[in-house]
Design a protein around this ligand. Structure first.
Ligand code: CP
Length: 290
């Protein structure tokens, strides 16, 4: 809640309406071993809005990883060039491992099918901004709940707020048991659905995710579920009038473009929220504010 409160204070500077020099003289290394648009660029925007500088790479192709350098050696080297590291890597647990080798703070920008904690914070920030008290909402997590790291992180967080959760997914892409069990241990009320239309009418937040083609071991299995759920204006007619649609993006088939012009579409506001939330995180982990 403190991070969300600091993020709220950062909004004017995130929009460029105020100047900040909180990170002046500091360097963030942005190490992206996997593709990204929002996470990488909003981290860079956040650091720039705070008056800091960014070094790093958007793909590992031009680095000495191509010569066989280990992640551990890369981190040990890069940490001596910067004050904090933001990284994305395809292996689960990679950010945690990097943090063990680095003296500077490491922020996880997504580790394979594991977690995406900064996305989770901006998702909570968005729910709070759009819907008020986070725990008062019935939230449907929709789509690829097996491989989708954003929904793993968000389910844990929403469980802490005792939100009412519905997991809508084809059976083969349902939420991993360990995530479900931990959410239940925190007292979350959870229901499971496969039929989107049947589950949508009493939901306050539809959190839609892309079916993650790149994480399927068998392309034939992906074809069976590709395009299974689509939010369109017909479906929204059956939803609550004040319900919102969120998506970590990128989207492929999951939300029709016609939804973009409705008041329910919160996903581009959500993408902007990555800037103030990451400004808050950067400033807090760097210790320039408390
Ligand atoms: N939401 C998100 O992680 O988007 P990118 O993959 O574009 O960073």
């Amino acid at each position: 809640m403190h991070i969300l409160s600091v993020a709220d204070d950062m909004v004017p500077a995130a929009r460029g309406d105020e100047a900040s020099t909180l990170m002046a003289g500091k360097i963030m290394a942005s190490l992206f071993f996997e593709p990204s648009t929002r996470t990488r660029l909003s981290f860079a925007a956040a650091m720039n809005r705070l008056g800091g500088r960014v070094i790093g790479f958007a793909r590992p192709g031009g680095t000495s990883l191509q010569k066989g350098e280990t992640l551990a050696d890369t981190i040990r080297t890069v940490e001596s060039y910067c004050d904090l590291i933001a990284m994305r890597h395809p292996q689960e647990g990679s950010a945690r491992m990097a943090a063990e080798f680095a003296e500077v703070p490491v922020i996880n920008g997504g580790d394979g099918a594991g977690h995406h904690p900064t996305q989770c914070l901006l998702d909570l920030f968005t729910i709070q901004k759009e819907r008020g008290d986070i725990g008062d909402n019935k939230v449907a997590l929709i789509g690829d709940l097996k491989y989708g790291r954003t929904v793993h992180s968000l389910a844990y967080a929403l469980a802490l707020f005792k939100a009412d959760l519905t997991f809508i997914a084809p059976e083969q892409l349902q939420m991993p048991h360990e995530v479900v069990e931990e959410c239940q241990e925190h007292g979350a009320s959870i229901s499971f659905e496969t039929d989107l239309d049947a589950a949508i009418e009493d939901v306050d937040v539809m959190y839609v995710t892309r079916i993650q083609k790149e994480r399927f071991p068998d392309p034939e299995e992906y074809k069976k579920v590709a395009g299974i759920y689509t939010i369109d204006t017909d479906l929204l007619r059956h939803a609550k009038s004040e319900a919102i649609v969120m998506h970590p993006l990128p989207r492929v088939y999951e939300i029709s473009a016609e939804v973009d012009d409705t008041s329910a579409a919160a996903y581009f506001r959500q993408a902007f929220n990555g800037v103030p939330v990451r400004m808050a995180l950067i400033s807090l982990v760097a210790g320039v504010i408390s």
